[in-house]
Design a protein around this ligand. Structure first.
Ligand code: 6GU
Length: 258
Protein backbone atom coordinates (compact mmCIF):
# COMPACT_ATOMS: atom_id res chain seq x y z
CA UNK A 1 0.00 0.00 0.00
CA UNK A 2 1.11 3.53 -0.73
CA UNK A 3 0.48 6.52 1.54
CA UNK A 4 0.93 10.07 0.25
CA UNK A 5 0.84 12.65 3.03
CA UNK A 6 0.29 16.31 2.12
CA UNK A 7 1.42 18.64 4.89
CA UNK A 8 3.07 21.97 5.61
CA UNK A 9 5.31 20.16 8.16
CA UNK A 10 7.00 17.25 6.33
CA UNK A 11 9.61 16.78 9.07
CA UNK A 12 6.83 15.89 11.50
CA UNK A 13 6.77 12.38 9.94
CA UNK A 14 10.48 11.51 10.13
CA UNK A 15 10.36 9.68 13.46
CA UNK A 16 7.18 7.84 12.59
CA UNK A 17 8.45 6.39 9.32
CA UNK A 18 11.83 5.32 10.75
CA UNK A 19 10.67 3.35 13.82
CA UNK A 20 8.78 0.24 14.77
CA UNK A 21 6.17 -1.51 12.67
CA UNK A 22 6.05 1.13 9.94
CA UNK A 23 9.80 1.04 9.52
CA UNK A 24 9.77 -2.75 9.19
CA UNK A 25 6.81 -2.69 6.80
CA UNK A 26 8.68 -0.14 4.65
CA UNK A 27 11.87 -2.18 4.66
CA UNK A 28 9.91 -5.21 3.47
CA UNK A 29 8.17 -3.17 0.74
CA UNK A 30 4.73 -3.79 2.24
CA UNK A 31 4.10 -0.08 2.54
CA UNK A 32 5.42 3.16 1.04
CA UNK A 33 5.12 6.47 2.88
CA UNK A 34 5.69 9.53 0.68
CA UNK A 35 5.55 12.86 2.49
CA UNK A 36 4.88 15.96 0.36
CA UNK A 37 5.32 19.59 1.29
CA UNK A 38 2.16 21.51 0.36
CA UNK A 39 4.39 24.47 -0.49
CA UNK A 40 5.82 22.51 -3.43
CA UNK A 41 2.37 22.76 -5.03
CA UNK A 42 2.07 26.52 -4.67
CA UNK A 43 2.77 29.06 -7.39
CA UNK A 44 4.43 32.43 -7.23
CA UNK A 45 7.48 33.54 -5.32
CA UNK A 46 5.92 33.51 -1.87
CA UNK A 47 4.61 29.92 -1.74
CA UNK A 48 1.42 30.98 -0.05
CA UNK A 49 -0.71 28.10 1.28
CA UNK A 50 -3.33 30.02 3.30
CA UNK A 51 -5.63 33.02 3.16
CA UNK A 52 -8.31 34.77 5.22
CA UNK A 53 -11.79 33.24 5.40
CA UNK A 54 -14.63 34.73 3.36
CA UNK A 55 -17.30 36.06 5.67
CA UNK A 56 -14.67 37.07 8.19
CA UNK A 57 -13.36 35.25 11.25
CA UNK A 58 -10.14 34.74 13.17
CA UNK A 59 -7.41 32.56 11.73
CA UNK A 60 -6.44 31.42 8.28
CA UNK A 61 -7.75 28.80 5.84
CA UNK A 62 -5.75 26.48 3.56
CA UNK A 63 -6.27 27.66 -0.03
CA UNK A 64 -7.82 25.22 -2.52
CA UNK A 65 -5.37 25.53 -5.44
CA UNK A 66 -2.24 23.89 -3.95
CA UNK A 67 -4.37 21.06 -2.53
CA UNK A 68 -6.20 20.40 -5.83
CA UNK A 69 -2.86 20.39 -7.63
CA UNK A 70 -1.31 18.05 -5.07
CA UNK A 71 -4.18 15.55 -5.34
CA UNK A 72 -4.16 15.67 -9.16
CA UNK A 73 -0.43 15.12 -9.19
CA UNK A 74 -0.50 12.27 -6.66
CA UNK A 75 -3.51 10.39 -8.05
CA UNK A 76 -3.31 11.10 -11.80
CA UNK A 77 0.42 11.76 -12.14
CA UNK A 78 -0.50 15.11 -13.57
CA UNK A 79 2.27 17.69 -13.56
CA UNK A 80 1.73 20.98 -11.78
CA UNK A 81 -0.53 23.15 -13.92
CA UNK A 82 -0.06 26.88 -14.14
CA UNK A 83 -2.82 28.68 -12.28
CA UNK A 84 -6.01 28.77 -14.34
CA UNK A 85 -4.86 26.18 -16.88
CA UNK A 86 -7.44 23.68 -15.65
CA UNK A 87 -11.08 24.43 -14.99
CA UNK A 88 -12.40 20.94 -14.28
CA UNK A 89 -12.28 18.89 -11.10
CA UNK A 90 -11.31 15.24 -10.91
CA UNK A 91 -11.77 13.09 -7.85
CA UNK A 92 -9.87 9.87 -7.15
CA UNK A 93 -9.39 7.76 -10.31
CA UNK A 94 -11.16 4.65 -8.94
CA UNK A 95 -12.12 2.79 -5.76
CA UNK A 96 -8.54 1.59 -5.18
CA UNK A 97 -7.60 5.16 -4.21
CA UNK A 98 -8.80 7.12 -1.17
CA UNK A 99 -8.22 10.82 -0.75
CA UNK A 100 -8.70 11.60 2.94
CA UNK A 101 -9.02 15.04 4.47
CA UNK A 102 -8.13 15.06 8.18
CA UNK A 103 -10.12 17.60 10.16
CA UNK A 104 -12.09 17.68 13.44
CA UNK A 105 -15.25 17.93 11.26
CA UNK A 106 -14.80 14.47 9.75
CA UNK A 107 -16.53 11.12 10.20
CA UNK A 108 -15.05 9.29 13.22
CA UNK A 109 -11.99 7.17 12.38
CA UNK A 110 -12.67 3.69 13.78
CA UNK A 111 -11.17 0.22 13.46
CA UNK A 112 -13.78 -0.44 10.74
CA UNK A 113 -12.47 2.58 8.80
CA UNK A 114 -8.92 1.28 9.24
CA UNK A 115 -9.95 -2.09 7.80
CA UNK A 116 -11.68 -0.37 4.88
CA UNK A 117 -8.61 1.77 4.08
CA UNK A 118 -6.27 -1.23 4.38
CA UNK A 119 -7.89 -2.68 1.23
CA UNK A 120 -6.84 0.35 -0.89
CA UNK A 121 -3.76 0.58 -3.09
CA UNK A 122 -3.21 4.24 -2.30
CA UNK A 123 -4.36 6.69 0.38
CA UNK A 124 -3.65 10.40 0.06
CA UNK A 125 -3.81 12.00 3.51
CA UNK A 126 -4.35 15.75 3.57
CA UNK A 127 -3.44 17.39 6.88
CA UNK A 128 -5.62 20.35 7.83
CA UNK A 129 -4.09 23.37 9.54
CA UNK A 130 -5.08 26.77 10.88
CA UNK A 131 -8.82 27.32 11.08
CA UNK A 132 -9.52 24.76 8.38
CA UNK A 133 -9.33 23.76 4.72
CA UNK A 134 -11.32 25.40 1.93
CA UNK A 135 -14.49 23.28 1.85
CA UNK A 136 -14.25 22.67 -1.91
CA UNK A 137 -11.43 20.19 -1.24
CA UNK A 138 -13.58 17.95 0.99
CA UNK A 139 -16.57 18.33 -1.37
CA UNK A 140 -14.78 17.37 -4.59
CA UNK A 141 -11.28 15.86 -4.77
CA UNK A 142 -11.54 14.08 -1.38
CA UNK A 143 -13.28 10.73 -0.99
CA UNK A 144 -13.36 10.87 2.82
CA UNK A 145 -13.20 13.38 5.65
CA UNK A 146 -12.03 11.80 8.91
CA UNK A 147 -11.52 12.90 12.52
CA UNK A 148 -9.63 10.81 15.09
CA UNK A 149 -11.70 11.90 18.09
CA UNK A 150 -13.68 14.55 19.88
CA UNK A 151 -10.93 17.01 20.69
CA UNK A 152 -9.16 19.70 18.70
CA UNK A 153 -5.59 19.29 17.46
CA UNK A 154 -3.64 22.19 15.99
CA UNK A 155 -3.24 20.23 12.76
CA UNK A 156 -4.06 16.98 11.00
CA UNK A 157 -0.47 15.63 11.20
CA UNK A 158 -0.89 13.56 14.39
CA UNK A 159 -4.15 12.25 12.91
CA UNK A 160 -2.39 11.17 9.69
CA UNK A 161 0.11 9.26 11.82
CA UNK A 162 -2.71 7.61 13.76
CA UNK A 163 -4.44 6.55 10.53
CA UNK A 164 -1.25 5.21 8.90
CA UNK A 165 -0.30 3.25 12.02
CA UNK A 166 -3.73 1.65 12.42
CA UNK A 167 -3.91 0.77 8.71
CA UNK A 168 -0.31 -0.44 8.28
CA UNK A 169 -0.55 -3.04 11.03
CA UNK A 170 -3.56 -4.55 9.22
CA UNK A 171 -1.68 -5.11 5.95
CA UNK A 172 -0.94 -8.76 5.17
CA UNK A 173 2.51 -9.82 6.40
CA UNK A 174 3.15 -6.76 8.60
CA UNK A 175 2.45 -8.34 11.99
CA UNK A 176 4.33 -11.47 13.01
CA UNK A 177 1.37 -13.74 13.61
CA UNK A 178 -1.61 -13.83 11.29
CA UNK A 179 -3.97 -13.71 14.26
CA UNK A 180 -2.48 -10.86 16.28
CA UNK A 181 -4.46 -8.18 14.49
CA UNK A 182 -7.86 -9.84 14.67
CA UNK A 183 -8.00 -11.13 18.24
CA UNK A 184 -7.89 -7.77 19.98
CA UNK A 185 -9.92 -4.81 21.20
CA UNK A 186 -12.76 -3.54 19.01
CA UNK A 187 -12.74 -6.42 16.60
CA UNK A 188 -14.44 -8.29 19.42
CA UNK A 189 -16.62 -5.28 20.37
CA UNK A 190 -15.03 -4.87 23.78
CA UNK A 191 -11.77 -3.77 25.37
CA UNK A 192 -8.88 -6.20 25.71
CA UNK A 193 -8.19 -8.08 28.94
CA UNK A 194 -5.39 -6.90 31.28
CA UNK A 195 -1.98 -8.56 30.97
CA UNK A 196 0.86 -9.19 33.43
CA UNK A 197 4.44 -10.38 33.15
CA UNK A 198 7.27 -11.31 35.53
CA UNK A 199 7.95 -10.79 38.38
CA UNK A 200 4.87 -12.53 39.84
CA UNK A 201 5.20 -10.36 42.92
CA UNK A 202 6.55 -6.82 42.77
CA UNK A 203 6.59 -4.34 45.66
CA UNK A 204 3.90 -6.36 47.32
CA UNK A 205 1.73 -6.33 44.20
CA UNK A 206 0.78 -9.86 43.11
CA UNK A 207 -0.24 -11.06 39.68
CA UNK A 208 -3.77 -12.57 39.83
CA UNK A 209 -3.15 -16.16 40.97
CA UNK A 210 -5.35 -17.76 38.27
CA UNK A 211 -2.79 -16.71 35.63
CA UNK A 212 -0.12 -18.82 37.35
CA UNK A 213 -2.20 -22.02 37.51
CA UNK A 214 -1.93 -23.14 33.89
CA UNK A 215 -5.69 -23.88 33.77
CA UNK A 216 -6.48 -22.62 30.28
CA UNK A 217 -10.26 -22.71 30.69
CA UNK A 218 -10.04 -20.81 33.97
CA UNK A 219 -7.61 -18.28 32.50
CA UNK A 220 -9.94 -17.74 29.52
CA UNK A 221 -12.93 -17.22 31.80
CA UNK A 222 -11.00 -14.79 34.00
CA UNK A 223 -9.81 -12.82 30.97
CA UNK A 224 -13.28 -12.54 29.54
CA UNK A 225 -14.66 -11.37 32.85
CA UNK A 226 -11.91 -8.76 33.32
CA UNK A 227 -12.38 -7.54 29.75
CA UNK A 228 -16.11 -7.15 30.28
CA UNK A 229 -15.64 -5.41 33.65
CA UNK A 230 -13.26 -2.89 32.13
CA UNK A 231 -15.51 -2.33 29.12
CA UNK A 232 -18.51 -1.78 31.39
CA UNK A 233 -16.50 0.74 33.41
CA UNK A 234 -14.85 2.75 30.61
CA UNK A 235 -16.91 2.04 27.48
CA UNK A 236 -20.45 0.94 28.36
CA UNK A 237 -21.50 2.14 24.87
CA UNK A 238 -19.68 -0.88 23.38
CA UNK A 239 -21.91 -3.24 25.36
CA UNK A 240 -25.19 -1.50 24.54
CA UNK A 241 -26.05 -4.19 21.99
CA UNK A 242 -26.08 -7.38 24.10
CA UNK A 243 -27.10 -9.37 21.02
CA UNK A 244 -23.52 -9.12 19.76
CA UNK A 245 -22.19 -11.03 22.77
CA UNK A 246 -22.04 -14.80 23.00
CA UNK A 247 -23.72 -16.89 25.70
CA UNK A 248 -20.72 -16.94 28.05
CA UNK A 249 -20.20 -13.17 27.86
CA UNK A 250 -23.86 -12.46 28.54
CA UNK A 251 -23.73 -14.71 31.59
CA UNK A 252 -20.53 -13.11 32.88
CA UNK A 253 -21.99 -9.65 32.35
CA UNK A 254 -25.12 -10.47 34.34
CA UNK A 255 -22.82 -11.79 37.05
CA UNK A 256 -20.73 -8.59 37.10
CA UNK A 257 -23.84 -6.40 37.22
CA UNK A 258 -25.00 -8.36 40.31
CL1 6GU B 1 -8.13 14.86 11.89
N1 6GU B 1 -7.54 17.25 12.87
C1 6GU B 1 -7.53 18.17 13.84
N2 6GU B 1 -6.97 19.38 13.59
N3 6GU B 1 -8.06 17.98 15.04
C2 6GU B 1 -8.60 16.78 15.26
C3 6GU B 1 -8.64 15.77 14.30
C4 6GU B 1 -8.09 16.04 13.09
N4 6GU B 1 -9.27 14.70 14.82
C5 6GU B 1 -9.59 15.04 16.07
N5 6GU B 1 -9.20 16.29 16.33
Amino acid sequence: MRFDVVTIFPKFFEGFTTHGIVRRARERNLVTVNVHDLRDFTYGRHHVVDDRPFGGDDGMVLKPEPLFRAVEYLTHGREYQPLGARDTVEAAPDETVSVVVLTPQGRPFTQAEAVRLSAKEQAVLICGRYEGIDERVARTVATDELSIGDYVLSGGEPAAIVVMDAVTRLLPGVLGSATSAVNESFNAGRLDYPVYTRPASYRGLDVPPVLLTGHHAEVDRWRRREALEKTLKYRPDLLADRERLDEMDRKLLKDIER
